[in-house]
Write a protein that binds this ligand. Structure first.
Ligand code: ADE
Length: 271
């Protein structure tokens, strides 16, 4: 590295001092500050968090400060003596609806002020768009997210529109509330953060859409309950093992997930 300025300035009769004449150690980029990924959860059941996210690899990452959890108890913002958070649906019908004003206050509390507008806010709902590996990757690449766990029939549409909330479903079934869905979304996202998984598990090329489902796995004992391990897996023929695994993965995907099989075929054809 040349310490001399490229175009010396002589305006004051001497070479101008520039950062480049500083000792080398001061010239190197400072390490990027490690900012914990912010998981912010709005829920009527704050006692459910971290729950399973406090265990195993994700739990260790929480203890290490790789991610941070903040739960907001929606009841805190409820109306009146009973801290009501819901009311009957306009137009009539069954069930109760979470109030826009109550949720609005909870969001004002949960969404970081400096990030307003750019901060992902996800409402866990069976009528949401499907949560995917690609969405998990996009979330993990950002600073964090607020996840709203609903109970009751739904959330007032006005608060969804006002905050630009994304409705997310984890599958075509109805849970009693969004908390379990939020656990699933957070687990899928947090495992993608740098340093959360050990070296043993690589996430470099995980995509899912268009991928085949995994082939079956076997380990010792060689025979169990009269069932041997498929002979090809103990043959030592690596080419034959790879071919067997590929054909098993294809067969399983075709039967269980014709939608993924279709995408896989299209990707292979290059269209
Ligand atoms: N809340 C209730 N059911 C749900 C689902 N399938 N996905 C996300 N949130 C939900």
């Amino acid at each position: 590295m040349n310490d001399r300025p490229e175009r010396p300035s002589k305006s004051h009769g001497r070479l101008s001092a520039r950062a480049s004449v500083q000792p080398r150690s001061l010239m190197e980029d400072p390490p990027a500050p490690v900012r914990a990924w912010q998981a912010r959860v709005i829920t009527l059941c704050p006692e459910l968090f971290p729950g399973p996210l406090g265990a195993s690899l994700i739990g260790r990452a929480l203890a290490q400060g790789l991610w941070h959890l903040e739960t907001t108890d929606l009841r805190r913002f409820g109306e009146g003596k009973h801290r009501n958070v819901d009311d009957t649906p306009a137009g009539g019908g069954a069930g109760m609806v979470l109030r826009a004003d109550v949720m609005g206050q909870a969001l004002d509390h949960s969404v970081p002020r400096q990030a307003q507008g750019a901060w992902p806010i996800l409402y866990m709902s069976p009528r949401g768009g499907p949560f995917t590996q690609a969405r998990a990757q996009a979330l993990a690449a950002g600073p964090g997210a607020t996840l709203i766990c609903g109970r009751f029939e739904g959330l007032d549409q006005r608060v969804i529109d006002h905050f630009g909330i994304e409705e997310v479903s984890i599958g075509d079934y109805v849970l009693t509330g969004g908390d379990i869905a939020a656990h699933a979304v957070l687990d899928a996202t947090l495992r993608l953060l740098p340093g959360v998984l050990g070296n043993a598990e690589s996430i470099e090329h995980e995509s899912f859409a268009g991928d085949l489902l995994e082939h079956p796995h076997y380990t010792r004992p060689a025979e169990w309950e009269g069932r041997p391990i498929p002979a090809v897996l103990t043959s030592g023929d690596h080419g034959a093992v790879a071919a067997w695994r590929q054909s098993q993965a294809e067969a399983i995907t075709k039967v269980r997930r014709p939608d993924l099989w279709e995408i896989h075929q299209r990707k292979k054809r290059g269209d």
